[in-house]
Design a protein. Sequence first.
Length: 338
Amino acid sequence: MQHSYLIRTSSLFGFEQLVLSLGGDPTALLARYHLELSALTSERQTVEVNLVANLLNTCAETLNCPLFGLRLGAMQNFNMLGALGVLIENCDTARKAIQLLQSYMAYHNQSEYWDYLEYPNLVVIQRFDNFTQQNNTQQIRELAMSACFHLCRAFFGRHFAPLRLEFSHNNTTDIKRYSALLGIDVMFNTERDALVLSGNALDLPIHQEDRTIKARQLEYLDTLRGDYHQPIDERVSSLLQQSMGSQLANIDNIAQILNVSRRTLQRQLALQGLTFRQLLHDVRINKAKWYLASSQIDITLLSSLLGYTDVSNFSRAFRTSEGCSPMQWRKRSWEKSN
């Protein structure tokens, strides 16, 4: 099942300035996708995320700028998040900011989810992508991770200690150009998109929290919840994306997260003509096709990331779905793109 995820047009904050600096015509480029410059500063306007992904790809190619997404992310600030940005800026700790981002990210972008892992001297901020139906999403992924890098730098201030940026896809140009632009190491073909930070400053009081402003923004965002309510199949698919490869990608755990019983979840999916097994299969195959087309990840590692007990089970499921082996599908995909 194909899902349609929405993203606020303000996610293109800085687009006009960047395109002009590269000698392009921002109005003409936006017009190709039925957008106007005024949309970039709109508080409420949204478009389908695949439109933004295609726009970024067009800009990278037309303007001969393979790092277009990365450079656009470097121009982002909390303003592009609207009310969510104001809310985050008024958190006193990074942990509170990330937790609010998790709760209200759908207000800004329905196609991604953020989480973090903590270690004694390390924090890993991870990005999960619900949008896997399209293969050429490198530009929009690099936009998201670049924006994450620069927003974290703005939030942490002198406590910002980045070690590296990780991407799950292939690099679009020389890796040295990525590192030169960001000033840190950049890795590709990793298991997930992530920003790795040295130390652990999640609970360090960095900002002065304005509870009045915070309460006002929370109230406003809560009134908008109906605007970005996701159908049950999209919510289940999103949760499966986040738990893929762990022991948590099962119906009992997903039902618990959704605060419903197993039978209730099965009944809700049945009303849409779906089963949990079918959704799990679709998420796995769509994610597999994205990795195969966009990265050089090892097939054995990929099967583990997708939660298969061994690579033969993955290969069998993939062949049944797509009519060829994962390696054959990767080869055909690469041949088409070259």
